[in-house]
Design a binder for this molecule. Structure first.
Ligand code: BTN
Length: 265
């Protein structure tokens, strides 16, 4: 049986087309492939926003070398978006990633209490302190100005069935609510919310940053950020208008454009 009601998604979401697969290695890889093929005209009917959707993602990719585990019942998809339609140049991909995380947080909150959901810079959404969602934004090398926004959300899967090393790190809605969430309802709500937040990034950046900061898991906490060979330590002061993490260090405020938070005190 199909997990999603594709007709309803087409009707109620702000998307132009759906590329659906019962199973696929990675929706982001497929989104990039479609964007790149459209340049060489291997695909004539390429319309964005395009939703690449699957019932089952077999080899999901995360940030860096990470993998994304998608147990049965999780939602995994990628949105292929033309940057000019959302008024965002390629270099603004960090903002796209943060806006998508905020959209996930808003939707997950609608199933629970606001304080239960936090954002961990740059791309994690936490539910009761554990990762409920991850976002991976990539840009197409050949089709410039195109973003592939990949989202994985743990909805009806359970971390009791996850690989042992993930069991204490991840969480699903089902693990907390103990009741099944309608996947089409969730996805339609999330797609709508992603476009609301993308619009706010260009129209209402100051208030949008404030909304992100209010949910910032690191806000006011001492953190250590590893950026390849070096590490920066400081107290988190939220994010700036480019999406950089602001750390109050012994040298003053530092803007951090990338890295992995390795310690939170
Ligand atoms: C992370 O937390 O490191 C990001 C995880 C992103 C996972 C999603 S699932 C849908 C899309 N396709 C992928 O291969 N990855 C992203």
């Amino acid at each position: 049986m199909r997990v999603f009601d594709l007709e309803r998604i087409r009707r109620d979401s702000p998307i132009a087309a759906i590329d659906f697969h019962a199973e696929i290695p990675s929706t982001n890889s497929r989104g990039l492939e479609l964007a790149e093929n459209s340049v060489s005209s291997a695909i004539t009917d390429f319309r964005t926003p395009l939703l690449v959707l699957t019932d089952r993602q077999m080899a999901g990719r995360g940030r860096g070398q990470n993998r994304w585990w998608a147990g049965d019942g999780s939602i995994t998809f990628s949105l292929v978006v033309d940057g000019s339609a959302i008024r965002q140049p390629t270099g603004n991909w960090p903002l796209i990633s943060l806006a998508t995380g905020l959209a996930v947080a808003v939707v997950v909150e609608s199933y629970t209490l606001p304080g239960d959901v936090r954002l961990k810079w740059p791309n994690d959404v936490l539910f009761l302190g554990r990762k409920v969602s991850g976002v991976l934004v990539e840009t197409s090398a050949r089709r410039s100005g195109t973003f592939v926004i990949g989202v994985g959300v743990n909805v009806n899967n359970s971390f009791l069935e996850a690989p042992a090393e993930l069991q204490s790190i991840g969480i699903s809605l089902y693990d907390v609510l103990r009741t099944r969430t309608d996947p089409t309802d969730f996805l339609v709500g999330l797609l709508q919310q992603i476009f609301v937040q993308l619009e706010r990034v260009s129209e209402d950046r100051t208030q949008w940053i404030e909304d992100w900061r209010k949910r910032c898991h690191l806000q006011g906490r001492s953190v250590q950020l590893s950026t390849g060979a070096s590490a920066i330590a400081g107290v988190c002061q939220g994010i700036d208008e480019t999406g950089a993490l602001l750390l109050h260090t012994e040298h003053g405020i530092e803007r951090c454009y990338g890295g992995v938070v390795t310690r939170i005190l």
